[in-house]
Ligand binder design. Structure first.
Ligand SMILES: [Mn+2]
Length: 270
């Protein structure tokens, strides 16, 4: 088993600045690789030795930006085909769309996100954006389960049209065990599972570096508990998006995400 990190610092159509976040997380992966190489005593990180690759793409020219979705789908396809473990480090949440498009309808995406990304309010854009892209979902896309959203306004009929299930912050606060059971059930049958972390799912007290912080977010301990509960060899990968390092406070968010990345890699490879 090997793992591949893909740095996909796309941050157009919302959350400009999160591209730098994807690059920083790529640096964190490189640091893990370098530390592993330099360690002379046996550690659990030996499991990562020679098994971790990193590929970085850039959006610095107009043509790179214009081709973002095609390029993303090529990369996603290339890595998903390998049946290894992919860590997709995106800029904004829209930067994970190419992965969703390649996962296919037999897959399940467990999406930790404060938002439902089907926004259609008076002040939101109708064009494809990081806030509404799931509204553009097609039958060829995977099924989505949201965990930890704080939406209070969207009609449940609209939520159900897009999500197989959506576990709100209220449900998480009042009945976490039921959410856990529901997630384990949902994750028991799909051929492939993708874990999608939009950083704003986590409470801003723990992860302040997001552009749309909302209260009642996930405690990192709860996040770890939920990921561990659905973990299996069918987890094809994890995406992380919406980390805006310009808003970080004393590297709190970077440290948390760096720890989560190392935990995920060790969980998969050791
Ligand atoms: Mn979000």
């Amino acid at each position: 088993m090997s793992a591949n990190a893909v740095v996909f610092p796309f941050d157009v159509f919302g959350s400009a600045g999160t591209g730098a976040g994807a690059q920083l997380l790529g640096d964190a992966v490189r640091e893990i690789m370098d530390d592993t190489e330099e360690e002379t005593r046996p550690t659990r990180a030996d499991a990562l030795r020679g098994k971790l690759t990193i590929q970085e793409t850039a959006f610095e020219t107009l043509s790179q930006v214009r081709e973002w979705r095609t390029r993303g789908r090529q990369l996603a396809q290339q890595y998903l085909e390998r049946n290894e473990f992919t860590l997709w480090l995106a800029g904004n949440h829209l930067g994970v769309l190419p992965v969703f498009e390649e996962l296919g309808p037999e897959s399940l995406v467990i999406s930790f996100d404060a938002h439902l990304d089907i926004h259609d309010f008076h002040d939101t854009t109708k064009e494809l954006s990081h806030g509404n892209f799931l509204r553009h979902a097609k039958p060829t896309w995977p099924r989505f389960v949201n965990v930890g959203h704080r939406d209070l306004l969207t009609l449940s009929s609209e939520v159900q049209a897009t999500f197989a299930a959506a576990h709100s912050a209220e449900r998480m606060a009042t009945n976490l065990d039921e959410v856990l059971k529901s997630l384990v059930d949902a994750a028991s049958s799909p051929q492939r599972i993708w874990i999608d972390l939009d950083c704003d799912a986590i409470d801003p007290a723990f992860l302040p570096a997001v552009q749309h912080p909302l209260p009642l977010g996930l405690d990192p301990g709860v996040l770890v508990r939920l990921i561990a509960a659905v973990w299996s060899p069918r987890v094809a990968g994890v995406s992380i998006s919406e980390f805006d390092p310009g808003r970080d406070v004393r590297d709190t968010s970077l440290n948390l995400l760096g720890w989560l990345i190392e935990w995920l890699l060790l969980k998969r490879l050791s």
